[in-house]
Design a protein around this ligand. Structure first.
Ligand SMILES: Cc1ncc(COP(=O)(O)O)c(C=O)c1O
Length: 390
């Protein structure tokens, strides 16, 4: 029997899938944020994209780092993060985590419980501690309200206990929820800061900063109709400028403002290059036919958020073709590995064939950090960077 030749796989072969980061785009976002909201200390939430190139690039541009575990702290310091502008932003940490961070030289810690403060008093003597307030998470793609943050009354108790134990009560923080598109979410945060800071001042506790957390949105995800989302970023920046100015008028012009963007900096500047695995037409129980487009990359190897978001797909080999609706899914043998049906069907070229190239746009946030080690035999997606000094 003659040997079967491998079928042509198109421009992008299996195994050549990758995510490409545009470092110049990341720089533009970083600079836009500092221009639009002057006088803030930007600390990249590294969990959104912990690649050496991206971290080193942002650090060189002047970013600090929000790290949320001891491996993240070590990683950040190894690529040049300044100790004084790197904080431990996770309220959940063990005694050992705290002691390790302290040994590394970290002196700024988030907290939201008396138990965590007691551990900080013991394992990070004299450190600065800021208290995270709970938010509703309304308006965000991912609310973070359940796991993190305390009530204003608890914040008073926690920072009072911190001071009594020899820590420096340094600030308050919030996270209004990731991919927050409602400017009012930040309004509410400023009001909370104001009230809690006034109550703390009455107890002789004067804070030196507030931390607005993450939540700034990416621009280029699609809405349920397949149109670009285009969140009201100018309005959000306006609310930030006004809120910061009001807070400084009341609580002192020297009040520091930290912002911890993750998604906003990297989401729109990461593009996945992959290929069509197969396009099929399946008969549904009601007799209708539904097309499915299976791609080489899905939930477990780069698109963890694919069941919550819709990304723009580009088909370079089929620029002009008739489009048909399809469900988009990843390559694994797992039914979670698909766009959520709540997003409806995606318009795709009708004649896609196995091996045709596909680009998935604006998927740079929480892509590399959420990949599995090789679920179902699909290895983590490799990355490359363009632009910057690399
Ligand atoms: C403490 C903290 N700060 C910042 C961020 C970054 O959030 P985003 O990517 O929405 O900007 C996160 C994300 O979970 C977080 O937990």
């Amino acid at each position: 029997m003659g040997e079967l030749a491998l079928p042509p796989a198109g421009e992008e072969q299996a195994g050549e899938d990758r995510i490409v980061y545009d470092l110049d785009g990341v720089r533009d976002r970083f600079e836009a944020l500092r221009r639009e909201v002057p006088g803030i200390d930007v600390r990249f939430a590294m969990k959104a994209c912990p690649l050496d190139e991206v971290l080193a690039h942002l650090i060189r541009l002047g970013s600090g780092i929000d790290a949320a575990s001891t491996p993240e702290l070590k990683h950040a310091l190894s690529v040049g993060a300044q100790l004084g502008r790197t904080h431990y932003g996770n309220t959940v940490k063990s005694d050992r985590d705290i002691a390790t961070a302290y040994q590394l030289g970290i002196r700024d810690f988030a907290t939201d419980s008396l138990e965590d403060v007691a551990a900080l008093i013991r394992h990070a003597p004299g450190a600065r501690v800021y208290c995270r307030l709970a938010t509703t998470g309304e308006g965000a793609l991912w609310g973070l309200q359940n796991k993190f943050g305390c009530s204003p009354d608890d914040a008073l108790r926690i920072l009072t206990a911190a001071k009594a134990g020899g820590l420096v009560p340094s600030g308050l923080s919030v996270h209004v929820g990731s991919q927050q598109i409602n400017p009012d979410a930040w309004h509410a945060a400023f009001e909370q800061f104001d009230r809690v800071m006034a109550a703390l001042a009455a107890r002789d506790i004067i804070l030196d900063h507030v931390n607005l957390g993450g939540g700034l949105p990416a621009f280029d995800y699609l809405d349920r109709h397949g149109n670009p989302l285009r969140p009201p970023i100018d309005k959000i920046f306006l609310v930030l400028r006004e809120g910061i100015a009001a807070l400084r008028r009341t609580h002192g012009e020297h009040l520091g403002i930290i912002v911890e963007p993750g998604r906003y900096l990297v989401a729109d500047h990461g593009t996945i290059h992959t290929r069509v695995v197969r396009m099929t037409a399946r008969h549904l129980p009601d007799g209708t036919r539904q097309r499915w487009l299976y791609l080489g990359v899905g939930k477990f190897n780069g698109l963890y958020e694919m069941d919550m978001l819709q990304y723009r797909l580009v088909f370079p080999s089929h620029p002009e073709e008739q489009m048909v609706p399809a469900v988009v899914a990843g390559p694994t043998c797992d039914s979670d590995d698909a766009y959520s049906s709540t997003h409806g069907l995606v318009q795709v070229p009708s004649a896609l064939a196995s091996g045709d190239p596909v680009r998935i746009v604006s998927c740079g946030a929480y892509a590399v950090s959420y990949m599995t080690e090789g679920f179902n035999g699909f290895p983590p997606l490799p990355h490359t960077c363009t632009g910057g000094a690399w």
